[in-house]
Design a protein around this ligand. Structure first.
Ligand code: AMP
Ligand code: MG
Length: 404
């Protein structure tokens, strides 16, 4: 079997999947989702001329000098739905955000007055056009306020909501099912017989999927037979998943149930990727457009495979970027790597005067979960490198965020 470059393998996966069909979602529920259509403002913002200050709405010409006194016609609070009129030679007391009475051309802030309620004394001459937020100065009705393809972040929410639509058309969050395979696996809390271990990958992959911005709809487990795997896959599809992630059963042992279930068929392709960890991989589209990612069983291999291959493909399904958020970091302490395959090393990041520093974290074994917990990033070391030395610049991706 040929050894594929990791970038070629990743491209194969992202090209095989497509953005999910768009749906309408309440504007208040679309954080992190990608707009399938532009958002057009239904109303202008602000919707009416309103005061930028607590103060007095007047005609500037009625306050020509310091010491001018005007009678106060009334108070306009924020939320006043009356259409007030300013008679020449009077003032309205007005609050921030309240509609400016017709006929007023300026607002004098309260700090520049005596704050009177029956009549008000101004400390200086008024200038026209001060402290009024004009209707439509921010957004005009009909304007495109957000482009299709925008991923909704908190900063987009005010304009999205104020634009006036209760729902928006977005690409939904892919729903993911996770299945771990292995006769040795038991769930957390179960008694372990000699030779048995706790299934760490299903909970880890569910957490990775959620951390990366996806929804987890099913967590299953199967034994080491083809029939058991096929039954678990069917359960996952029935749970409404858009994609299935399995772990284990893809390498070269005697009991490789993913291979037993799918090898030789046309749906799943088993590959070897020039990467350490994470060499054996399986991927394909099963049934009616269901991507299935078959990851190796060692916990670290599974995690690395998720970050490198699964997450970019799921992001494609979510209408997001395929790119991984690589940062540049300088090695502070070196380590040896095996040549011939790209090494995805567990590392710890540090901040120093020159930027990001990176040092190895724990050993390279793919079963080392204690060490994995101390790493906060993965470093990419090219296949051609067999020793990383202090001062080298390497690419790293944080394990703390969404990986993108
Ligand atoms: P496999 O890829 O199925 O041959 O598994 C490789 C190694 O990973 C074996 O030591 C398995 O026991 C271990 N392993 C497989 N699946 C899991 C899992 N879900 N949780 C923890 N360890 C696993
Ligand atoms: Mg196994």
């Amino acid at each position: 079997m040929e050894l594929l470059a990791p970038s070629d393998y990743s491209a194969r996966l992202t090209e095989a999947v497509a953005a999910l069909p768009a749906v309408d979602v309440a504007v208040t529920d679309c954080l992190g989702l990608v707009l399938a259509e532009p958002v057009i403002a239904r109303a202008s913002l602000p919707g009416f001329d309103n005061s930028a200050m607590d103060g007095y709405a007047v005609r500037a010409q009625d306050v020509p000098d310091a010491g001018t006194v005007l009678p106060v016609a009334g108070v306009v609070p924020a939320g006043d739905t009356r259409r007030n009129r300013l008679e020449p030679g009077t003032a309205w007391q007005i609050m921030t955000g309240a509609p400016v009475p017709d006929g007023a051309d300026t607002v004098v802030q309260v700090e520049l007055t005596d704050g009177g309620t029956d009549e008000v004394r101004f400390e200086r001459a008024a200038e026209p056009g001060v402290s009024i937020r004009r209707a439509g100065e921010d957004v005009s009705a009909g304007d495109e306020v957000l482009a299709a393809g925008t991923r909704i972040a908190a900063r987009h929410v005010p304009v999205l909501v104020a634009a006036g639509s209760a729902t928006v058309r977005v690409i939904p969050r892919p729903k993911v099912a996770v299945i771990s395979t292995g006769d040795e696996l038991r769930s957390v809390g179960d008694e372990l017989a000699y030779g048995q271990i706790i299934d760490t990958n299903a909970p880890m992959l569910a957490a990775l999927a959620r951390q990366a911005g996806f929804e987890v709809v099913h967590i299953g487990r199967s034994g080491d037979t083809a029939e058991a795997v096929l039954a678990a896959v069917e359960q996952a599809s029935d749970a409404g998943a858009d994609a299935i992630i399995t772990t284990g059963g893809v390498s070269a042992g005697a009991f490789e149930p993913l291979k037993a279930a799918f090898e030789g068929g046309s749906e799943i392709t088993f590959s070897k990727v020039a990467m350490q960890p994470g060499k054996p991989q399986g991927f394909g589209i099963i049934g009616d457009r269901m991507p299935l990612f078959a990851l190796p069983g060692n916990p670290v291999s599974s995690l690395v495979s998720f970050v490198m291959f699964v997450a970019p493909a799921l992001r494609t399904m979510a209408g997001r970027t395929t790119d991984i958020a690589w940062l540049s970091a300088r090695v502070t302490k070196g380590w040896r790597t095996s040549p011939g395959r790209a090494q995805i090393a567990r590392v710890r990041l540090s901040q120093n005067d020159h930027g990001l520093g990176v040092a190895p974290s724990g050993g390279p074994g793919s079963h080392l979960m204690g060490g994995l917990a101390h790493a906060d990033a993965l470093a990419w070391i090219d296949a051609s490198v067999d020793e990383v030395t202090a001062g080298d610049e390497v690419r790293v991706v944080s394990l703390e965020g969404e990986f993108a």
